[in-house]
Design a protein around this ligand. Structure first.
Ligand code: GLA
Length: 714
């Protein structure tokens, strides 16, 4: 399709603003908007030629443009708050002044409209294009920026935000998620945005998160609510150091999101282009529930692989065996796995390394040859033994890492990311390989492709168990060390993309020592992510609740383990509300627990299309009350499934499902009821959707660590 093209006449005698007159009134000369069904960004070009954005959430349209309304503010020529762009030009000038050039609208091959706003600096031939892709029905706008250097010398990008939306400062709140290893997404924080700059960021290089997740919610009507109020979710598509700065300058708030400018100056040669990662914004005027459902639907289409396929029930050996296994021990897990109904076996860490066997986490990473003592015939017989028994086979990889105790490190000590003249700082006894080096890229690809080419391997878990603490590259030139942060992630995405394209039928789990890489930058190459090594179901209830603001439960891997020593029925019920798997030694499980697992797997197979493709309704917030409750409704509203997870003792009060068809008749059944518990009062009875939503359903759980899974079908 030919782009539509808009060009506005600019006032040639525009008076340039300085910091002193930055509050001067400017009259808009032209305006345009970019929007979806319910979400519009309104832009104006001022008499000075600059691009302004009318603040989101402003109660009345302010006729006067202020310099603080600038859409993508640049440092050095009058704008004194947090800039979106900061460039040092080839001649050393540290200012940039962008004026509006033109606007084009095109449609991509998915039917979504892309608007490109071209800006340029009249004094320096640097071109900046702001790009917006709008998903009309889902109210999702992705924004990213392209910067082209047409100067004759090198320019340096000191800051280059993906997006910088402007909000009116009226009761705006920010909800964000702090955490740590095994505590990911467990601490939602909601706070008003107040004058000054609030920064959410990370400086970890090879992953976005250890402490701060790159997804958040801005709410415009006070703290966000589940079923009402204006909310905007933001999520950065980037698996490296990021920064989201909420800069409240008293007049309005800029949300500046992108790669972290920390130590990341990026030099652009003449003719080179820098493209920022994409920032995802999702709007709802009806609260967090509606916001999430739109984002989940977008994610199934564009944010992840195979968003329209259900997932096989998985059995992982990590919690069962750790590093302690051999061929026979693994094959011994297959028959009981098949017996209880699992469909896919994942062999975790510990299968490789010969000179330095991977028998613990001190050695072997980097030497990706199967250990001859444990697996004398390699991986293929393990995989074919699984397939013979009707199970698929998957494998664990950590392609980016190396233990100093490895043949790889002996041969290529210069391949690790480290700082010269500093002692190597290990995390989990390992170092990160320098992916900016082409030889490392080729090495990692050859390992990935060799392993995934083993016949019958159709699943892999891609792990990354440390982050950068000494960001030095012996490959990059002295003057290009600051490129490491960005070039690493770009090379990583190239590797992930090649893996997904070369092995289209191999499912991939994204893992980073727990949930370090839970972001849409990487997820587009994966079917699912590992949210946390913490699998205690009492912790998973609030954790999965929080992840579900941004990610569809079908992408959230949830395995039954012995963490927390919770009752098996509770653990299974929690895991089957997301992407269901198990990490148990089935040979050591009691007959009673095995029966509970088998019942949960069979129930999950019955409802997995509803939990994968249905709309999610969050009903009772486990952070606020004695239980957590959610329900899913199939797209045709013919079927639903409701989960109640009791965290503390409390009354067995009704849980009110949402999203049902009020006029439809639904019959209620409890799935895989806990042994010995009385049937729910509504069991086998039929009600209209209206009755069920109004009167609720009393679940069978009444005490802490009990759960109830209820199918509602027409
Ligand atoms: C990380 C992962 C675990 C497991 C181990 C293996 O910690 O999060 O699930 O795979 O690595 O070493």
């Amino acid at each position: 399709m030919r782009p539509k093209f808009y060009l506005f006449a600019l006032c040639a005698t525009a008076s340039w603003l300085t910091a002193e007159n930055s509050r001067a009134d400017l009259v808009a000369t032209n305006s345009f908007s970019i929007g979806t069904k319910n979400f519009t960004l309104n832009f104006e070009v001022g008499h000075d030629g600059r691009l302004y954005q009318r603040a989101i959430g402003a109660t009345a349209v302010n006729e006067k443009l202020l310099r603080t309304d600038e859409s993508y503010p640049q440092a050095g020529d009058g704008y004194v708050w947090e800039p979106a762009l900061q460039i040092t030009h080839a001649d050393g000038n540290t200012s940039t002044s962008l004026i509006f050039d033109n606007l084009t609208r095109t449609t991509d091959n998915t039917g979504r409209e892309i608007t490109q706003i071209q800006l340029h600096d009249p004094a320096y031939p640097v071109q900046v294009a702001l790009n917006f892709r709008a998903d009309q029905a889902r109210d999702v706008i992705e924004q990213w920026t392209k910067i082209v250097n047409h100067e004759s010398g090198v320019v340096t990008l000191e800051r280059m935000a993906s997006s910088s939306l402007v909000f009116a400062p009226t009761n705006v709140h920010l909800t964000h998620f702090f955490g740590d290893w095994a505590k990911e997404m467990l601490q939602p924080i909601t706070e008003p945005i107040t004058p000054g700059t609030k920064v959410l960021d990370s400086k970890l290089g090879v992953r976005a998160d250890q402490f701060q997740n790159p997804s958040f919610v801005v709410s415009l009507d006070g703290p966000p609510q589940e079923t009402g109020g204006r909310v905007l979710a933001g999520s950065l598509e980037w698996s490296g150091s990021f920064q989201c700065a909420f800069d409240d300058n008293g007049e309005n708030i800029h949300a500046l999101c992108g790669v972290n400018p920390f130590a990341s100056a990026y030099h652009l040669n003449p003719g080179e282009t820098f493209t920022t990662p994409k920032m995802i914004w999702v709007w709802s005027a009806n609260g967090l529930g509606d916001m999430s459902r739109k984002l989940h639907s977008w994610a199934r289409d564009y944010g992840m692989r195979d968003g329209h396929k259900t997932r096989a029930v998985l059995l992982n050996n990590w919690e069962a065996t750790g590093f302690d296994f051999n061929f026979n021990r693994i094959v011994g897990l297959y028959d009981p796995a098949k017996e209880i109904g699992t469909e896919l076996f994942l062999l975790d860490d510990g299968w490789f390394g010969n000179k330095y066997p991977r028998v613990n986490d001190h050695a072997g990473l980097g030497d990706w040859q199967p250990n001859k003592k444990r697996l004398p015939e390699g991986l293929a017989p393990l995989a074919s033994e699984a397939v013979k028994r009707g199970l698929r086979f998957g494998i664990w990889l950590e392609p980016e890492m190396v233990n100093p105790k490895s043949e790889l490190f002996e041969q290529h000590p210069e391949w690790v990311i480290a700082q010269p003249k500093r002692a190597l700082e290990l995390q989990r006894n390992q170092m990160v390989l320098d992916l900016t080096r082409p030889a490392v890229q080729a090495f990692e690809w050859s390992n990935i492709s060799n392993i995934l080419s083993v016949p019958d391997i159709t699943y892999a878990k891609w792990d990354c168990n440390r982050y950068l603490t000494q960001p030095g590259s012996s490959y990059l030139a002295a003057g290009r060390q600051s490129h490491l942060w960005i070039d690493y992630v770009t090379a990583l995405y190239a590797l992930m993309d090649k893996t997904a394209k070369t092995f289209p039928d191999t499912e991939l789990m994204l893992c980073s020592g727990g949930g370090g890489r839970v972001d849409y930058g990487a997820l587009k190459y994966f079917q699912e992510f590992w949210p946390s090594d913490n699998t205690d179901p009492t912790q998973r209830v609030p954790m999965q609740w929080d992840y579900s603001y941004f990610f569809p439960p079908m992408a959230i891997a949830s395995h039954v383990t012995h963490w927390g020593n919770r009752p098996m029925h509770f653990a299974c019920s929690v895991a089957m509300s997301a992407r269901f798997g198990m990490d148990l030694d089935l040979n050591k499980l009691s007959a009673a627990d095995k029966a509970v697992c088998a019942g949960a797997i069979s129930a999950y197979k019955q409802i997995r299309d509803v939990t994968a493709f249905g709309d999610l309704y969050r009903l009772e917030n486990p952070h606020e009350t004695f239980r957590g409750a959610i329900n899913f409704v199939s797209p045709d509203r013919a079927r639903a499934v409701m989960f109640a997870f009791q965290l503390k003792d409390g009354e067995a009060t009704p849980v009110h499902p949402q999203g049902l068809d009020p006029a439809k008749n639904y019959t209620v059944h409890e799935l895989n009821p806990a042994p010995g518990r009385a049937a729910i009062p509504a069991a086998g009875k039929t009600f209209t959707g209206e009755e069920l939503m109004r009167d609720g359903i009393v679940p069978s759980c009444a005490h802490a660590v009990e759960a109830s899974v209820i199918e509602i079908s027409s």
